[in-house]
Write a protein that binds this ligand. Structure first.
Ligand SMILES: Nc1nc2c(c(=O)[nH]1)N[C@H]1C(S)=C(S)[C@@H](COP(=O)(O)OP(=O)(O)OC[C@H]3O[C@@H](n4cnc5c(=O)[nH]c(N)nc54)[C@H](O)[C@@H]3O)O[C@H]1N2
Ligand SMILES: Nc1nc2c(c(=O)[nH]1)N[C@H]1C(S)=C(S)[C@@H](COP(=O)(O)OP(=O)(O)OC[C@H]3O[C@@H](n4cnc5c(=O)[nH]c(N)nc54)[C@H](O)[C@@H]3O)O[C@H]1N2
Ligand code: SF4
Ligand SMILES: [Mo]
Length: 773
């Protein structure tokens, strides 16, 4: 059988986006000889490691964990770790509050009451596994193993191997649970995969352990901060303060956001777009650059395909036309386009707002094209290819020492995606189809779920009431979490308690720049186990031949085998930076045949993707109005006159997490909706009033935060709210539907099935008059 990337099955982001050419020799840039991973200091034992989930984060900053009498007493940023250089954000500083919270799940538990009731019986791990095995085998006998939907949450280090649960059981249905349109990073990864065959990221010197001072490194002259708020979100393996460091050294910013963020306020150009219109703006930038001949002729001629068609297509998108669509001045579009096109280098710092348009996949393509147009690929301070470090199997792919696929071809073919040919081509499942299948049994029944690191009715899933209905139809649900979430309370039949990052070992997973060790500093509370242990222990019940590990160290040694190192080597050195070079496309390092160019059909960067035509999609990136907007649905806009964007990240909260942490809750105590003061006045709403927010899909109540930072026609609502302080017996599932803005978001991707409009809807607002204020 052909050797294949195991961890891509089901999540797919990688097959097309990465790892075509692997760097798998353990040649490092850093010298670990003076590094210690543990020592005694002032009565503490100090452990040096990398933070990771849980609680959740998209990063893995270097930490020093101070332990006394087996208790994690404090945590500090590791000043020597090149990644974060000593900095930590509030959530890591307060990790102790989460780790030792009295509400932590501590033992496996089986439901004894009805679903929704807080009645549980404690089990041993063996009893829990026995029970799960018996129940799931019963389901599989009746409906086949594809009838289990295995879900993960975002950005976990286990995401690279979470799919093993599904694969061990024989199901191809593994993914980001109920994330409509797979709308987080997958659209951007697919965009880059099709355009240039590899994932590219903005270059802030993170590939070098000596960082900004590295000889040959140059800061980007301009950074396009596009639908991203990196100083708050530290998203997708980037730390926001890298941008601040580049700014201190001279980088200038162009920010595209409906809200004046901290970075927007420090930008040369701020384009305050109407949500969901980003692709139109990207095409207008291209229009200016092509019309004024500002593109990088050499790069375009030598390394790209389809430029003529692209330039022709962009003619239609004059700055005036985009100005009308996006609600910004044509003159700023022109000036900003000229500025970054003429710059020595430009980097694209894009965020999830790209993915959160209904055609997120295409929005991403429209933006990425600008970087190729201006030759900002593979040079210092531009967009550089990011490949798995040492070829090690992580979120970003790599291999497991040559492991063969666990699913048979026949099983793999059953992936739930038949409505979306592009998803089929990418070996990716459709979360939207899975929800429908749970409710209707079509195209085939889904009868059980495994939810590990996600909390869909609170956060991941749009239309959470429908998700709850679907979960309640299941014959069996398992939740693996650190806390009793609304999802677990509502629908789990068994809950399994997971360890936090200080309680287990691991490997960092999200960053294709360096490999890091997660180091265990304390024993897990209660009987919590690491997620990976749960994965291979439950896996053993179904495929003992493929889950032979007896402990976590053995597990990681298998992953690292490919690079010729062990977990112990990694623990001792804490981090390892592979060698790195620029201009890889010129050196034949980005193609499997070793030829110069890119791993695409044409061998070049593709302004025109012929592949798209096979799926009845435009081969050149185009703009589509959001499904609901003042332009596409003017009648609906009469009733719901405001544009609604949701889920902009908050400092102290990671999605639905941290509501239990007193110090994080002091920073972000309540679910807020940002409204321009003039707009609020129109509806008689004052600061801190409770507001009813309603649209054609549903409603919720949020608290008014009046701010001139937001467009007057737009409101920005927090997401993922629930109230763990509530009595779990009060019948409200911790109030999960009261302030849950996803009640106003449909499970509905765009045509390609990649992208969903979490951030571009319509709504109306009014002062909340209910008695429970
Ligand atoms: N309206 C709206 N909705 C959105 C978004 C938006 O912008 N607007 N954003 C969307 C995006 S981009 C994403 S990625 C999703 C995220 O959605 P999810 O990833 O599902 O995030 P959470 O709901 O917070 O679920 C994480 C759960 O994992 C648990 N957990 C934390 N650490 C660990 C661990 O180490 N092990 C285990 N087993 N459990 C752990 C937490 O307690 C929590 O219950 O939300 C999406 N939802
Ligand atoms: N503290 C914290 N950090 C997180 C998370 C968290 O929950 N909390 N979640 C993690 C996850 S899963 C993700 S995906 C990342 C996301 O991190 P980011 O990509 O930074 O996403 P957001 O904060 O949702 O939105 C970024 C910006 O987009 C703007 N925006 C809203 N709608 C639009 C639009 O239509 N167009 C444009 N151009 N801009 C728009 C918002 O105003 C906001 O300033 O963060 C990760 N990091
Ligand atoms: S970004 Fe913040 S929460 Fe995440 S690892 Fe770094 S310090 Fe911790
Ligand atoms: Mo995300």
């Amino acid at each position: 059988m052909e050797e294949k990337n195991l961890n891509t099955e089901g999540s797919a982001a990688i097959k097309y986006g990465n790892a075509i050419v692997e760097v798998n020799e353990f040649k490092t840039q850093d010298d670990p000889r003076d590094r210690k991973w543990t020592w005694e200091e002032d009565g503490y034992t100090v452990f040096r490691g990398n933070a990771r989930t849980g609680p959740g984060c998209h990063d893995n900053c270097g930490v020093l964990m101070y332990v006394k009498d087996g208790v994690l007493e404090k945590i500090e940023g590791d000043p020597e770790n090149p990644y974060n250089q000593g900095r930590l954000c509030p959530r890591c500083l307060a990790v102790k509050e989460m780790l030792y919270h009295p509400d932590r799940l501590k033992y496996p538990m089986k439901r004894v009451g009805k679903r929704g009731e807080n009645k549980w019986e404690r089990l041993t791990w063996d009893e829990a596994y026995d029970f799960i095995e018996e129940k799931l085998k019963g389901v599989f006998e009746k409906y086949g193993p594809e009838s289990i939907y295995v879900m993960q949450g975002t950005g976990r280090d286990i995401n690279g191997y979470g799919g093993r649960v599904a694969q061990s059981m024989g199901s191809p249905n593994y993914g980001m649970g109920f994330l409509s349109g797979n709308a987080c990073y997958v659209p951007r990864v697919f965009s880059t995969a099709l355009k240039l065959g590899v994932l590219v990221v903005a270059d802030y010197s993170q590939f070098f352990p000596d960082r900004y001072d590295h000889p040959g490194y140059e800061i980007p002259e301009y950074i396009l901060i596009w639908g991203n708020n990196p100083v708050v979100s530290n998203s997708d393996g980037l730390l926001g303060h890298w941008i601040v460091e580049c700014m201190k050294r001279g980088s200038k910013l162009i920010t595209i956001d409906p809200k004046m963020t901290w970075l927007a306020s420090r930008s040369e150009y701020f384009l305050q777009v109407r949500p969901g219109t980003d692709a139109a703006l990207a095409l207008a930038f291209a229009n200016v650059i092509c019309e004024e001949g500002l593109y990088d002729r050499e790069f375009v001629e030598k390394w790209t395909y389809g430029f003529e068609e692209y330039a022709e297509h962009c003619k239609e998108y004059t700055p005036e036309k985009a100005a009308e669509i996006c609600g910004i001045d044509a003159s700023i579009i022109r000036e900003a386009a000229r500025a970054f096109a003429k710059a020595r280098s430009t980097a694209l710092q894009w965020g999830v707002a790209m993915d959160h348009t209904s055609e997120g996949f295409i929005t991403g393509m429209a933006c990425m094209d600008l970087l190729a147009l201006t030759g900002n690929i593979e040079k210092p301070g531009s967009m550089v290819a990011a490949r798995p470090c040492f070829g090690v199997a992580q979120t970003w792919s790599g291999r497991w020492g040559g492991e063969k696929p666990m699913l048979s071809e026949e099983q793999a073919q059953k992936r739930m995606n038949s409505d979306y040919p592009v998803l089929q081509a990418m070996n990716c499942i459709s979360q939207d189809m899975l929800l429908k299948a749970m409710l209707t049994g079509e195209p085939y029944p889904i009868k059980a779920t495994w939810m590990q690191t996600n909390n869909p009715i609170t956060c991941m899933g749009a239309d959470p009431k429908r998700i709850l209905e679907a979960l309640l139809k299941m014959e069996f649900n398992v939740v693996v979490d650190m806390f009793m979430t609304p999802t677990a309370l509502a629908a789990a039949d068994v809950v399994l308690p997971a360890a936090g990052f200080a309680e287990r070992i691991g490997l960092t997973g999200h960053q294709p720049y360096y490999l890091g060790a997660i180091v265990k500093a304390v024993e897990p509370v209660g009987e919590c186990k690491s997620d990976q242990q749960i994965i291979y222990e439950i896996g053993k019940r179904f495929r003992p031949d493929r889950n032979e590990w007896n402990n976590d160290e053995e597990f990681y040694n298998t992953i690292l085998e490919h690079a010729g190192i062990t977990y112990e080597d990694m623990r001792k050195r804490t981090w390892a930076y592979p060698e790195f070079e620029y201009y890889k496309h010129e050196k034949g390092l980005l193609r499997s045949d070793g030829e110069p160019g890119f791993e695409t059909a044409s061998g070049k960067y593709e302004f025109k993707c012929d592949f798209m035509e096979m799926f009845d999609l435009d081969s050149v990136a185009s703009y589509t109005e959001p499904p609901e907007s003042p332009v596409s649905t003017p009648e609906l806009a009469k009733e719901y006159p405001l544009v609604l964007t949701t889920g902009a990240r908050r400092w102290a909260l990671f999605h639905s997490e941290h509501r239990q942490s007193p110090s994080m809750r002091r920073i972000n105590p309540e679910p807020m909706i940002i409204i321009h003061p003039e707009t609020a006045a129109k509806y008689g709403i004052k600061d801190d009033d409770w507001v009813e927010v309603e649209n054609n899909f549903g409603k919720c109540k949020l608290k008014a935060e009046l701010s001139i930072s937001i467009r007057k026609d737009t409101v920005s609502a927090d997401h993922a709210w629930w109230f763990p302080e509530r009595d779990p017996e009060d019948g409200t599932l911790f109030g999960v539907f009261e302030s849950n803005v996803n009640c106003l978001v449909p499970m509905r991707p765009g045509k390609s099935g990649i992208g969903a409009s979490y951030k571009s809807l319509l709504c109306k607002i009014s002062k909340y008059e209910g008695s429970d204020q």
